[in-house]
Design a protein around this ligand. Structure first.
Ligand SMILES: Cc1ncc(COP(=O)(O)O)c(C=O)c1O
Length: 491
C-alpha cells in the first residue's frame, strides 16, 4: 500500500546522511511528516485535480485555506495601487521600506492589526500593540511562545482532535511534549473537567511537568468555538494549577453562525482578570492566514500580557520576521476599516453558505457532520463506512477515498482523534463546482459500498433463512424440497 511504503521509507534515514547531520534532525520524528495528514498532500501533488487538464485527478480537501473571499482582496489591491508600489501622496516609500527593519515591526502595521483583532471580537475588547509580537505566521508564533514558556521535557495539554501541525510546531525544536486531553463524540468533543484532570494525571505519571493548556478556538478540526462553560473550566484549571493558557485564535474571523466566538481576552475582561497574575499566563496566537486568506504572506502574531514573554519573543522574532513590504501593504489594507468590516461580514456569509452546501450534500448520502459554526472545514462522521471500528479500518477507508474516490481528506487519527471514523473535510479552498463534483464522487462511493453491504446482508439473510428452515422443518420436507429441485433441474 503506497502510504505504508511512504511511512516505512521515511522511518529509516540514509546511514551516510544520518552520520553527517545533527541527531536533532536524524533521530527525531517529532516533525510529524509521516502522518497521513501530510501523506495525503503528497498524493494530491502527484495527481492534482484540474477541471480541464486533469478532471479525474485528486481533489484537495485536506487544506484549510480560505479562497472564498479572495476576489475582495484582489479588488482592494486594484483600487489601491499605491499600496503595492509603495507610494504615499505620490512620494516613493521604496527606500524606507527596503532598508533596515528592526525586530519590533512597523508601528503602523501593528496598530492596524490590533484594531482588526478587536473588530473581529465585535470591539468588546481592545489590544495594545505593545503586547504584540509579529512572527512569520502562527506556526512560528506557536513555536516561539512554547520556547519562551517551556523547558525541553515540559508538557502542554491539548484537547483532541487537534491540528496535526502542532506536533511539529510545539515539540520538534523546543523539545516540549504534548499530552492529549481526550475528548469524545458522545458530547460533541467538548472539553470536560474530568478529561483535563485525566490528562494532567497522565502527564504526572510520565514525570512531565505541565506548563500549560493549549487550545484552538475556534477549533481545527472541529469547526466549533469554545463555550463559556469550557472557558470557565480552562480558567479555573490554569488558576488553581498556576499554569499557562495558550489560545490559538487563528480562526476567530471565520465564525459564521451562532454561538458567538469568545476570545480568552473577553474572558479576562469579564472576570476582571486583566493585569492580574493570571493574565500574565494567558497568551493568544494569531495569524492572517485563515481570516484574511493570506497564508503565503506569512503574517502571524503572539499577544501576551506578560512583559517577559513579549521581550523574549520579540528577540526571537529575528528568526522569522515578516518583510517590511508585506507589513506595509497590509497596514494600508487593514487601516481601511470600511473594507475590513465589509470583508469580515461578506466572508462569514460565504463561509456559511459553503459549509451548508457541504453539510446538506453529505446528509443526502447518509453522512453526518459535527455541528459547526466556524472554520474552513467540517468534522465528518464516517464510522458507518468503516469495515472495522479501528484506526486500521479508518486508514483503509482513507486509502480508498484518496486513491479510488480521489479526494484528499484528513483522517481523524492524523489529528489524534481518540475515536476511529471521523475525517476532516475542507470546503473553502476550491470552487463551488469542484465541491459539487467532490460530493458526486462521495455519493457514488457510498452507493457502491451500500449496495455491496446490502448484497452481503441479503446473501447472509438467505443463508440464515435456509439454515433456519433446515433446522425447523421436519427432515422429510427438506428431502422433498431437494427432490423437487432435482426434478426441476432435470426439466
Ligand atoms: C489551528 C492552526 N494553527 C496554526 C496554523 C498555521 O497557520 P500559519 O499559516 O499562520 O502558520 C494552522 C494552519 O492550518 C492552524 O489550523
Amino acid at each position: 500500500m503506497p502510504w505504508r511504503d511512504a511511512i516505512l521509507s521515511r522511518a529509516l534515514p540514509h546511514p551516510i546522511l544520518s552520520f553527517m547531520l545533527s541527531t536533532k534532525i536524524t533521530d527525531s520524528n517529532a516533525h510529524g511528516q509521516d502522518s497521513s495528514y501530510f501523506l495525503g498532500w503528497q498524493e494530491y501533488e502527484k495527481n492534482p485535480y484540474h477541471p480541464i487538464g486533469n478532471p479525474d485527478g485528486i481533489i484537495q480537501m485536506g487544506l484549510a485555506e480560505n479562497q472564498l473571499s479572495f476576489n475582495l482582496l484582489e479588488s482592494w489591491i486594484k483600487n489601491n495601487p499605491s499600496a503595492t508600489v509603495f507610494k504615499k501622496n505620490d512620494e516613493s516609500l521604496f527606500k524606507e521600506i527596503a532598508l533596515f527593519q528592526d525586530y519590533h515591526g512597523l508601528p503602523s502595521f501593528k496598530n492596524a492589526l490590533v484594531k482588526f483583532m478587536s473588530d473581529i471580537r465585535g470591539s468588546t475588547v481592545t489590544f495594545d500593540p505593545k503586547n504584540l509580537v509579529l512572527t512569520a505566521g502562527a506556526t512560528s508564533a506557536s513555536e516561539t511562545l512554547v520556547f519562551c514558556v517551556a523547558n525541553p521535557g515540559d508538557a502542554f495539554l491539548i484537547p483532541t482532535p487537534y491540528y496535526p501541525g502542532f506536533d511539529r510546531d510545539l515539540k520538534w525544536r523546543t523539545g516540549a511534549e504534548i499530552v492529549p486531553i481526550h475528548c469524545s463524540s458522545a458530547n460533541g468533543f467538548r472539553i470536560t473537567r474530568s478529561a483535563i484532570e485525566d490528562a494532567y494525571q497522565e502527564a504526572q505519571k510520565k514525570d512531565l511537568k505541565v506548563k500549560g493548556i493549549f487550545v484552538t478556538n475556534p477549533s481545527n478540526p472541529l469547526g466549533t468555538s469554545l463555550t463559556n462553560h469550557e472557558l470557565d473550566l480552562l480558567f479555573n484549571f490554569i488558576s488553581t494549577k498556576n499554569i499557562h493558557l495558550i489560545s490559538d485564535e487563528v480562526y476567530s474571523g471565520t465564525v459564521f453562525s451562532s454561538p458567538n466566538f469568545i476570545s480568552v481576552m473577553e474572558v479576562l475582561k469579564n472576570k476582571n482578570l486583566i493585569n492580574t497574575e493570571v493574565s500574565k499566563r494567558v497568551h493568544i496566537i494569531y495569524s492572517l492566514s485563515k481570516d484574511l486568506g493570506l497564508p503565503g504572506f506569512r503574517v502571524g502574531a503572539i499577544y501576551s500580557g506578560n512583559d517577559d514573554v513579549v521581550a523574549a519573543a520579540t528577540k526571537m522574532s529575528s528568526f522569522g520576521l515578516i518583510s517590511s513590504q508585506t507589513q506595509y501593504l497590509l497596514s494600508e489594507m487593514l487601516s481601511d476599516r470600511k473594507f475590513t468590516k465589509l470583508y469580515l461580514s461578506e466572508n462569514s456569509r460565504r463561509l456559511k453558505h459553503r459549509q451548508e452546501t457541504l453539510v446538506k450534500g453529505l446528509e443526502k448520502v447518509g453522512i453526518r457532520c459535527l455541528k459547526g459554526n466556524a472554520g474552513l472545514f467540517c468534522l465528518v462522521d464516517m464510522r458507518h463506512l468503516l469495515k472495522s471500528q479501528t484506526f486500521q479500518g479508518e486508514l483503509e477507508l482513507w486509502e480508498k477515498i484518496v486513491y479510488d474516490v480521489r479526494l484528499n481528506i484528513s483522517p481523524g487519527s492524523s489529528c489524534h482523534c481518540s475515536e476511529p471514523g471521523w475525517f476532516r473535510v475542507c470546503f473553502a479552498n476550491m470552487s463551488e463546482e469542484t465541491l459539487i463534483l467532490a460530493m458526486q464522487r462521495v455519493k457514488s462511493f457510498v452507493n457502491s459500498i451500500m449496495s455491496k453491504k446490502n448484497n452481503r446482508n441479503r446473501h447472509q439473510q438467505i443463508l440464515h433463512n435456509s439454515a433456519r428452515r433446515t433446522k425447523s422443518l421436519p427432515k422429510w420436507v427438506f428431502s422433498l424440497s431437494l427432490n423437487q429441485i432435482e426434478v426441476g433441474e432435470k426439466r
